[in-house]
Design a binder for this molecule. Structure first.
Ligand code: GLV
Length: 303
């Protein structure tokens, strides 16, 4: 089996180690080492590769995106349209997402931001609050990660609902589907979790009007893609205190520019797209299982 790896923004050594551990007999090469040669891979494992890879690798049976979101890959002009493209479905990221979301709920829902301020003033000031279990969590986007976190939050006893364009089967929590039900879904989401991908249809889906449909005091936790939210509208809703706070990991333009007003906004907590880093070994295990399926489907006896 011949694999080409290109993930120039991450430490590729970790992927190489995981590949060597699980498939020691495969011929695995870094794109940089083969780009001047005629060597052809059967599978490409990529995260934000340069477009040249697809211009030169003409025998790919499948392309594996080393992340959940394929927006960066889809922008490459030479991405072959007829080669199957796989993305990471959970691959260990779900648990990280879950912890991140819980942090946002607790940070704002239990007023840790205020206590941090009081501590700096040596002020003893209890804050009255309602239990988080009396609030509703809305998961916007019900792909594998949305389904996982919704299910886990439900099992922890929270009141969870999800929204997606079309209905998903057999969820352990309520779901709302279609744009006609989006406003109703938003109006009951005290904690709104954005887990939607970047697509034309999701661009600024959370517009000013939609952010205003959230209940007063709602918290936005954004971990899918930043372009889903109209950032200016979000800022205004945070400034007017219609929204209690926002925990943001993703932004319309990354890295966030130094001039961006979010840096100064007291009720925003931000992280640099690190809510759920790719788990190297889990990712490679998922990809190898997918490759096995592809090979078996094609009648190969194996590797
Ligand atoms: C990260 O943003 C991913 O798409 O996995």
């Amino acid at each position: 089996m011949r694999i080409v790896l290109s993930s120039p923004l991450t430490d590729q050594e970790y992927y190489l180690k995981a590949l060597a551990k699980f498939c020691p007999y495969a011929d695995i090469r870094l794109w940089d080492a083969v780009k001047e040669t005629s060597w052809q891979a059967e599978y490409a494992l990529v995260w934000k590769p340069d477009n040249g890879l697809f211009l030169h690798q003409k025998e790919l049976k499948a392309i594996f995106n080393l992340g959940a979101g394929i927006d960066a890959l889809e922008k490459l002009p030479d991405l072959p349209k007829d080669t199957p493209l796989y993305k990471l479905r959970d691959a260990g990221m779900g648990q990280w997402m879950l912890e991140y979301i819980l942090y946002g709920m607790i940070h704002f829902g239990r007023h840790f931001d205020r206590y941090q301020q009081y501590q700096s003033e040596r002020r003893w000031q209890p804050e009255l609050t309602t239990s988080l279990q009396e609030k509703s969590i809305g998961i916007l986007g019900l792909g594998p990660l949305g389904q996982f976190v919704g299910d886990q939050l439900r099992q922890l006893g929270y009141n969870v609902a999800g929204w997606s364009r079309s209905a998903k089967k057999e969820l352990s929590f309520d779901q709302f589907n279609g744009y006609e039900n989006l406003d109703h879904f938003l109006s009951r989401s005290h904690f709104l979790v954005n887990l939607l991908p970047a697509k034309d249809e999701t661009y600024h889906l959370l517009s000013e009007d939609r952010l205003m449909s959230l209940p007063r005091g709602a918290v936005v936790i954004s971990v899918g893609r930043g372009s889903v939210i109209d950032e200016h509208a979000l800022l205004v809703q945070l400034q007017t205190r219609h929204l209690r706070g926002a925990l943001l990991d993703v932004f319309e333009h990354e890295p966030l520019s130094k001039e961006h007003p979010f840096w100064q906004q007291d009720n925003i907590v931000m992280t640099p797209h690190m809510a759920a880093p790719t788990q190297y070994e889990d990712a490679i295990k998922q990809i190898l299982a997918d490759i096995l399926d592809i090979e078996l489907d094609q009648g190969y006896r194996f590797l």
